[in-house]
Design a protein around this ligand. Structure first.
Ligand SMILES: *Cc1c(COP(=O)(O)O)cnc(C)c1O
Length: 361
């Protein structure tokens, strides 16, 4: 997983409260990208590490003690025409505000969110911290392509009693990323663990949800699988989603199915985009419950979707020692087509007819 904490120097930070949001852009320690590249490994690590430290924020907080926090993940992508654009930041803005409301925090305004993301990426690019478009990426459908990962998140005021936050910070940090799932195995396994329960926080992009996900994903990786897939908490038979991605199944009938949203499934923006792109291609898409038995009996292709994962084909799914292999273990046509269309729109090789891309440069 090429996802190291190698933050770019400019960070957005604002504090919320009854009077609204106050803050701005911080410039953490840095040299030019060329000078940083020329440093010895130890010196460079020390410099990058220093960018992740803040001595004016409380250590004991509802975030560090109880996991009271939510976050977003979105990308700015180098464009074939030399520009840089963010994929659907307005959607992340609305989800972030909903997540904060779900955690009973004052919501961060959507317009401020989009501005903070655009401006943070732009200010880092002005310092030279920005990947450049590379035509070679087109040869492997952008699987090896670079982008800027944008991570907005909340951090609460200091406190030790179990309580809600009234004056959280919102920070936006950025880091360069390449492929999330390293090539090779794309086998998945059904985990025994439960990610989300009815009336819980599964629909919120809450930090605390990721404790279970980190454990389940580690177990899956140790057992030789790339990803784990969750079943529902109540009946333990309906497929829900992956550790940080939504899941789709193409059935033998030609129907593309993804589990319907509810309070246990994260409403992915990639998921919504894939549904729209599939319908544009006259694929029948259903958002409904799908049992693991139906997947084993009727599954033809399978892929997971998310900002980090993009559209990642799954070649097999293992459940209680039994394994279903999709499309003879090869990437299916629908999965590949959707992956390529999405990547093409994101990197500017396919016209963005839906107005999904927001220009940074
Ligand atoms: C973020 C996330 C997704 C994917 O959402 P995108 O908006 O497509 O990136 C899916 N599942 C979970 C649990 C997530 O946290």
């Amino acid at each position: 997983m090429a996802f190291s904490l190698n933050s770019y120097p400019v960070v957005y930070r604002a504090k919320g409260g009854p009077q609204g949001w106050k803050g701005g852009y911080l410039e953490k320690p840095h040299k030019t990208p060329e000078e940083e590249a020329a440093l010895g490994a130890e010196e460079r690590d020390a410099l990058k590490t220093s960018r992740n430290f803040y001595d004016d924020m409380p250590l004991v907080s509802y975030t560090t003690q109880y996991g009271l926090s939510c976050f977003e993940g979105l990308k700015a992508l180098p464009q074939r025409d030399g520009g840089l654009a963010i994929f659907r930041p307005d959607r992340n803005a609305l989800r972030f505000a909903r997540s904060m409301e779900g955690l009973m925090m004052p919501p961060f305004p959507a317009d401020l969110f989009v501005t903070a993301c655009v401006e943070t990426v732009k200010r880092n690019a002005a310092l030279g911290f920005c990947p450049q478009y590379n035509r070679d990426w087109e040869k492997d459908s952008f699987i090896s392509a670079d982008s800027v990962y944008i991570r907005p998140f909340t951090y609460t005021e200091g406190g030790i009693g179990v309580a809600i936050a009234h004056e959280p910070w919102v920070l936006v940090v950025t880091t360069p990323v390449s492929a999330y799932f390293s090539g090779g195995s794309s086998d998945a396994v059904i985990t025994e663990r439960i990610r989300a329960t009815p009336k819980g926080t599964g629909w919120i992009k809450a930090a605390s949800n990721y404790v279970i996900s980190a454990l389940a994903k580690h177990e899956a990786n140790e057992a030789g699988f790339m990803e784990c897939i969750y079943l529902d908490a109540v009946e333990r038979k309906y497929v829900e989603e992956g550790s940080s991605c939504n899941v789709f199944f193409l059935l033998k009938s030609g129907e593309l199915v993804t589990p319907a949203l509810g309070d246990t499934i994260l409403p992915g923006i990639t998921r919504a985009s894939i549904i729209e792109l599939s319908r544009d291609q006259n694929v029948t898409v259903s958002e409904r419950t799908i049992s693991i038995d139906e997947v084993f009996a009727e599954g033809k292709e399978c892929f997971v979707s998310g900002t980090a994962a993009g559209v990642t084909p799954i070649s097999s799914l293992t459940y209680q020692g039994n394994k279903v292999i999709f499309n003879h273990g090869k990437t299916g046509d629908l999965s590949a087509g959707l992956r390529d269309t999405l990547k093409g729109i994101q990197y500017g090789t396919i016209p963005d007819t839906k107005g999904w891309m927001v220009k940074v440069l």
